[in-house]
Design a protein around this ligand. Structure first.
Ligand code: ZN
Length: 211
């Protein structure tokens, strides 16, 4: 969290400081509070992520939990920047842009960030599989998922893998043609990532100019 918030400070800088706090959220998810200008990361999610990865055979899953936390902080930082820059999006568009900002921040770290983005995609894949299992058992009790502004987890996984593959296809060719990232989409990921990256770089330009 400290590493991610230092990176964030470099972008948001003077006049728009954003705090990052870890707290118990009582069932609410991690979020960005625009009034307090604060990113709140929930302790409960750390335990949930650990359980999810351990259930998939990762022990002790420390690196995986860290990767997901870093991606979460950058996702919330994306919301903070959208707020700071006064960008306007639909709810779903803002969530997609926040995911794309997280991908940008991870990919600029190089190989270590690529690995974390891959783990974050795996988390969305695992979480989608878990939800699908629950839905199979109780199809009517899916109201919470219907209210969610985020893209479905399976799509969030595919998006992250697409950006990963699109940014460095040579190192990540194994993800193209996987169950989460179909070969047909993978073929366009180089262009897709260039576009996504270009939009964020353009949006960030006013902040980067001062550096
Ligand atoms: Zn969000």
């Amino acid at each position: 969290m400290e590493e991610a918030s230092e990176t964030l400070d470099a972008f948001v800088g003077v006049g728009h400081q954003v705090g990052v706090v870890g707290r118990s959220c009582g069932g609410e998810g991690s979020s960005y509070d625009p009034e307090a200008r604060r990113i709140e990361i929930c302790y409960e999610e750390v335990a949930e992520e650990r359980e999810l990865f351990q259930g998939a055979g990762h022990h002790p899953a420390d690196d995986e939990v860290v990767a997901v936390l870093v991606e979460t902080v950058f996702h919330e930082a994306g919301h903070a920047l959208i707020d700071a820059l006064g960008l306007s999006y639909t709810d779903r568009g803002e969530e997609d842009a926040a995911d794309q900002f997280a991908a940008l921040m991870l990919l600029r770290k190089g190989v270590s960030g690529e690995r974390q983005l891959r783990v974050a995609a795996e988390e969305y894949g695992l979480s989608a599989a878990e939800d699908e299992m629950v839905e199979g058992e109780a199809a009517d009790e899916d109201e919470a998922a219907d209210d969610d502004e985020h893209a479905p987890d399976r799509l969030r996984a595919a998006n992250h893998l697409c950006y990963l593959y699109g940014s460095a296809p040579g190192r990540n060719s194994d993800v193209a043609g996987s169950t989460l990232l179909r070969r047909a989409r993978a073929a366009g990921c180089g262009k897709e990532w260039a576009l996504v990256r270009g939009v964020w770089m353009k949006n960030l330009a006013p902040l980067l100019r001062g550096q």
